[in-house]
Design a protein around this ligand. Structure first.
Ligand code: KG4
Ligand code: ZN
Length: 354
């Protein structure tokens, strides 16, 4: 089957066509992503109203491009999938409404995809990973450890009680005047910094749950920077290195706790899977390798372009759902909040999705 996927929950306008074989293998026929980073950079973060307007302007063209690149007409598409949340509600409405219009006019099933489920299932598109596996999802909006037991079957083992990891990187970059998005900039500065210079806290270390907390770390960093103001270029490098080292230590400890909880709930995972923009960080990747080696668990990190927000992950999640007969009606609402634990593998409705 072939699915068109649409992603508009944050600051990427994206559409893709993905094929799923009857045996469950995936193939990306096109994957078009337009980043709005330059439109938000001046504000040091995503401005929801600017994002929603930019999605309206770009989405039609992005869909046309995705269809053309895939070399396929709407007749050859078996379903239209859109991210129905969680995310910035203005953008979600743009993508979901567009998908509904196409589904209605072309008489195709609509699949309203949970954005987090799409991140969670990407490793099955890229690496055909079997259930159950342990997902570490770390982006600008989310930090979660999830037991992925099946489509629509997730147990959240840990989450952040305040900031997401990507958000903490972005706030650190803003504080140090580095720009946006902050993750790659902080990582770059950290390369020539001293990670031991500043004694920053490691929140949640040793706690038996698998939760994260990042806001104390961010505050501690600000206080250290204020103590030595005005800060030099080397101070910035050392602050970045010390911050990144603290995050790495926290990720290692929290994932160890998460994998332990996983084994208690679901037995051995088939793999440890990383997703989200933070998975692009080299120091975090290194610690993921160490953990998978320690536990004898396969590590799967999809290519960076599929770890960050994209249309192919939405199309794939749509394909996995449609293959199980899980479709949605045209009155499906958009969601600003939509925890994975609310998802179920629902039975197929008896009537057509109109
Ligand atoms: O998944 P993503 O592209 O978008 C969502 O937030 O959904 O993730 C973006 C986040 C940003 O906060 C960015 O600073 C962070 O991922 N990020 C990184 C790196 N590259 C991107 N964080 C740390 N190190 C990186 N190399
Ligand atoms: Zn995302």
């Amino acid at each position: 089957m072939r699915i068109l996927g649409i992603e508009t929950t944050c600051d990427e306008t994206a559409a893709a066509v993905v094929e799923r074989t009857s045996t469950g293998e995936g193939r990306i026929l096109s994957n078009v992503v337009l980043s709005q980073v330059s439109e938000h950079a001046a504000y040091g973060g995503v401005v929801p109203e600017i994002a929603a307007r930019a999605h309206v302007e770009a989405l039609d063209h992005i869909i046309v491009n995705a269809m053309a690149e895939a070399g396929c007409s709407f007749n050859a598409i078996d379903g239209i999938a859109a991210a129905a949340g969680p995310g910035l509600i203005g953008g979600v409405i743009v993508g979901l409404t567009t998908a509904k219009a196409i589904a209605l006019v072309r008489e195709k099933p609509l699949i309203a995809v949970n954005h987090l489920e799409a991140h969670a299932l990407t490793a099955r598109l890229t690496d055909s990973v079997a259930f159950p596996y342990c997902l570490f999802l770390a982006s600008g909006g989310h930090t979660q450890i999830v037991a992925v037991r099946g489509v629509g079957n997730y147990v959240r083992l840990g989450t952040t009680v305040d900031d997401a990891i990507g958000e903490a990187f972005d706030k650190t970059a803003k504080l140090l005047g580095l720009g946006y998005p902050g993750g790659p900039l902080v990582e770059n500065e950290a390369k020539s910094g001293n990670p031991a210079r500043f004694a920053l806290p490691r929140p949640m270390l040793g706690k038996p749950n698998a939760d994260f907390s990042l806001s104390g770390l961010k505050t501690a960093l600000r206080l250290e920077a204020e103590k030595i103001a005005p800060i030099s270029d080397q101070d910035v490098r050392d602050l970045c290195a010390s911050f990144q080292q603290a995050v790495v230590d926290v990720v290692a400890d929290r994932l160890r706790a998460g994998l332990k909880l996983f084994r208690e709930h679901c037995g051995n995972p088939t793999a440890l899977v990383a997703a989200g923009g933070v998975a692009a960080n080299g120091a975090i990747r290194k610690v993921l390798h160490r953990l998978s080696f320690e536990g004898g668990t396969l590590l799967v990190v999809p290519p960076a372009a599929l770890c960050t927000d994209n249309g192919a992950m939405i199309a794939w999640a749509g394909a996995e759902r449609l293959a199980l007969g899980l479709v949605d009606t045209l009155d499906t609402p958009p969601h600003a909040r939509w925890p994975l634990s609310d998802l179920v593998g629902r039975p197929a409705p008896a009537r057509k999705a109109v």
